[in-house]
Design a protein around this ligand. Structure first.
Ligand code: PLP
Length: 395
């Protein structure tokens, strides 16, 4: 008899990862997230972070965080509903509401928590949640926490969405349609105008998770809703503060009624301590910078277009991205991981993304160009892709 505490059942599965060539160790960063990073002691070009605007290590954000530490300390001390609700948290919410052009915004400790907390708070027994099949894991988990029924529609397929609405709308109390604003693995944008039209036709609510649209799409990074000019027609607009905004946290923007309700029923806010006041201060500085000018978002798009064009010229398959997310699709899982390892030897860090994060056989390295990359760095990265692609016979 094996002893269950030896966790043999996990050891077997770990061995399987090794046999499949997808076992990995976590990379260790020896300093801030920047365009050049020191990774396991070696300097390389970073094409893998979600730090789209280069704000994660920006002096203005760092100064704001330091000042907030002096004023508020490091910890919020309690959950928000007890005594962890500091004025700086409410100031951040007001600024986010203004930035997003919505009545209100409600913050969470992370984007993941925002989905885990919001979806279950706004849906219940007898309701129906309809979700795009490629929605983010935190939406899937958030949906599982709800007592509502669930249905899936084919990725960005409006006929499939309408078929679900036709079949199931009449039997449900409220219906909530959930989509990513920007799909993180392929970089395509949700068909939000069509989704909103269907939602209006069938009297459903809409919920957009704009983690990869925040700070990227729309005027100065106001997001997908702004990009399509759908203000007032999307009920729940989720953003993260951990990606382009450069810090950590998440929020949902919408109506005052939504805000009042989440204040009473959002479980990650009721049962987990509020975000660090310094994080709130840094987020506010970041949003202020975006409201001052479009310089950062303009630079991000210029860099992304340039990089995609150069990789395309070399003959790489960069998929059908419409955003700065640039997948380079290799195919086989183990080969994708090998490509990523070899690129690192050639001075560029891009993480390999394989099954189960993306479908089997569509393994890739995902490149995240930022506003902070210089033209020289991008040219160097393209040269490394060329060298690695030739070494492996891919181009
Ligand atoms: C990254 C991401 C999240 C999680 O955001 P965090 O702030 O990192 O927790 C949620 N939804 C989507 C679509 C994401 O891409």
């Amino acid at each position: 008899m094996t002893n269950v505490h030896e966790l043999q059942f996990l050891k077997d599965q770990i061995q399987q990862l090794k046999d499949d060539g997808v076992y990995r160790k976590l990379p260790v960063l020896n300093g801030p997230d920047d365009t050049i990073i020191e990774l396991n002691g070696k300097k390389v070009i970073n094409l893998s972070s979600n730090n789209y605007l280069g704000l994660a290590n920006h002096p203005r954000l760092k100064d704001a965080a330091k000042a907030a530490i002096d004023k508020y300390g490091v910890g919020a001390g309690a959950v928000r509903t007890i005594i962890g609700n500091m004025e700086i948290h409410e100031e951040l919410e007001k600024l986010l509401a203004e930035f997003k052009r919505e009545e209100a915004a409600f913050i969470y400790q992370s984007g993941f928590n925002c989905n885990a907390g919001t979806i279950q708070a706004i849906t219940g027994k007898g309701d129906l949640i309809i979700s795009d099949e490629l929605n983010h894991a935190s939406i899937i988990d958030g949906t599982r926490l709800s007592k509502a029924d669930r249905a899936i529609f084919k990725h960005s397929d409006m006929d499939s969405l309408e078929a679900v609405l036709k079949e199931k709308r009449a039997d449900a109390k409220n219906v909530l349609i959930i989509t990513d604003g920007v799909f993180s693995m392929d970089g395509d944008i949700a068909k939000l105008p069509e989704i909103v039209e269907l939602a209006e036709k069938y009297e459903a609510m809409t919920y957009v998770d704009d983690a990869h649209g925040s700070g990227v799409l729309g005027e100065s990074g106001r997001g997908t809703v702004d990009h399509f000019n759908l203000h007032g027609r999307v009920d729940f607009s989720i953003g993260t503060l951990s990606k382009a905004i450069g810090v950590v946290g998440g929020y949902v923007a919408g109506s005052n009624t939504m805000y009042e309700w989440l204040n009473h029923r959002a479980r990650p806010v009721l049962f987990s301590t509020t975000m660090m006041p310094a994080a709130a201060a840094a987020c506010m500085e970041s949003i202020r910078m975006l409201m001052e000018s479009t310089e950062l978002t303009d630079k991000l798009w210029d860099n992304a277009k340039y990089f995609k064009q150069e990789l395309g010229k070399l003959g790489f398959n960069t998929g059908h991205s419409e955003t700065p997310i640039t997948p380079v699709i290799i195919g086989e899982e183990a080969k994708s991981m090998e490509f990523s390892r070899k690129l690192l030897d050639n001075g560029v860090f891009t993480s390999a993304i394989v099954f189960p994060t993306v479908p089997r056989g569509t393994g890739r390295v995902r490149c995240m160009v930022t506003a902070a990359h210089t033209k020289d760095q991008l040219d160097e990265a393209v040269a490394a892709f060329k060298k690695t692609g030739e070494e492996m016979g891919l181009i």
